[in-house]
Design a protein around this ligand. Sequence first.
Ligand SMILES: *Cc1c(COP(=O)(O)O)cnc(C)c1O
Length: 350
Amino acid sequence: MTIEPQQFASDNYAGICPEAWEAMALANAGHARAYGEDGWTLRAADALRTLFEADCESFFVFNGTAANSLALAALCQSYHSVICSAAAHVETDECGAPEFFSNGSKLLVAQSEDGKLTPDAIRALATGRSDIHFPKPRVVTITQPTETGCVYSIEEIRAISALCRELGLKLHMDGARFAHACASLDCSPAELTWKAGVDVLCFGGTKNGMAVGEAVLFFDHALAAEFDYRCKQAGQLASKMRFLAAPWVGMLESGAWLRNAEHGNRCARRLAEGIAYLPGVEPMFPVQSNAVFLSAPDAILEGLRQRGWRFYTFIGGGARFMFAWDTDPARVDALVEDIRVEAQMLYEAA
Ligand SMILES: *Cc1c(COP(=O)(O)O)cnc(C)c1O
């Protein structure tokens, strides 16, 4: 197999970071109990309680679609509804899994400029109908950072959770890149979640440097009732659970979870700064985490593709670049240089 140059089409192009890899190797030394009754799973749950300064209950599942869908299903009856942004991963990228696992809970989507939900939008959706014919609003889900790389401030989350309490709604957070939000805001996981009124967090491990795995954290034990059965029924109970749990131990105990995210965020800023003031090329959203979405003339994007760069344009409408724990800054500079040359060529042709 040849090793290809780094691409920034997705942060899951990256491999496994050394801290997660080493913990898996340690977990591989001999036998251990199955289905989560092993020492690594206990230690990972403890590490999460320490990190979040809370007696939270955690479950380790294979991916984010399962984490989100099962968490939302746990909060809803089938006749309930879930309020989310129109750009939310649960709406656009989970193939109907939240509706499927909840046996029909409907997603109510709010249009939004930057992918964020606002209290006004939530209130409008939650109070627009209260008759028996409409699915009863039960949960609000926010993505932190959003699918377009924007970060909710603590104040914004508090305002949303206050409204949730007023309206009797639960607050779920899709934290596929939660570590990047903590790094961006320089605040603790506790401040960004339960202290701000979040009931359930899906904490992403994959995009933070693990091979696979997300943790579902319940800050209220009552909401976690029988969640273990839900995971098992959905095919999300790993028999060799230690290999899902050990990477969390490695990442959390070493601090790699935060270092990795800081690095990704830094590389995104590096790209944003590199392309500032180029004619026709502009970030579409504030660069607040490890994502940069560029709007640029088609000729520039086509030129970049011809130079071998891979990127998506189906999310957010622009060219998306995502940076991972192992992004090589020199490779970011190479991308900047290619964008600069393409912009220059277009400018001169005009
Ligand atoms: C990547 C991602 C997920 C998880 O996706 P899976 O492919 O199911 O692991 C969830 N939410 C957001 C916002 C994501 O970017």
